[in-house]
Design a protein. Sequence first.
Length: 303
Amino acid sequence: MKLPDFEAWAVFASVVEHRSFSGAALALGVSKATVSKAITRLEERLGTALFHRTSRRLTLTDSGQQLAEHAQRILEDGQSAEEAAFESASAPSGVVRLAAPLTFGARHLSGLIAEFMVAHPQIKVELTLSDAFIDIVGEGIDVALRIAELPDSSLRARRLGPVEIHVVAAPGYFDRTGRPQHPADLARHACFVYTNTATPGVWRFRKAGGEEAAVRVDGPLRTDNGEAMLPALRAGLGVARLPGFLVDAEIAAGRLEAVLTDWVAGSVGLHLVTPPGSRRPVRVEALIEFLTERLRSICVRHA
């Protein structure tokens, strides 16, 4: 069996990326003639043209468009394999780009990152904290933490554990308004709405016996950050549905009270998400394994 012309495939991927033979040649550190010969060699082997060439423009043919993604994977796999080989001979180094929800990251992740960097002094971490949805492929993110029930996608996801959700308010608020006995009772309460969801004003519940309930809520505060609700909650201005890592200490101190505890107030998990692909640099694998171990213990504490 004749082996694939991996060099020609990699050159093809570079031409697609840089949209010109000269741009690919500059990026690869070879001559334009070398690039041209590699493309011609690949086209002859495949029996099809990959580009439409004119004096002013270079565009992909239909066959070229269909094969461009394969070429990109071949190039990325080769680069990752070489990088892994180099890194295995020395301490992991380079930059890892990490994204996480704002409050969770500030409270639970920043300290872990410091610990990780002490153990891996040659690895640099670029940390992005935001509750907004981030396109990790488009933004070049290596690892993302997400607190959600994830939809099906091409991303690779690892569930680290459950995140318990509580319905809470200040005890004084419930003393004035009464404590809800069923999720439907929340419709008459002042409920703070977290807006960074597909259905911000709808809270869904389920009971161990299988009963389910959905209630439409509204109130004086709408925000895309759960921690921003805490001062208004403590002031007795309404009810919120928030994760345990935000309110467990408030409940333990008596500043907030959880209600409807015989209902599950939400089904979400903490997930570690990475772009598609089978190979990852050693520095990225090191951070993934570190976070998996440390964050699973956080989930257990708050479950």
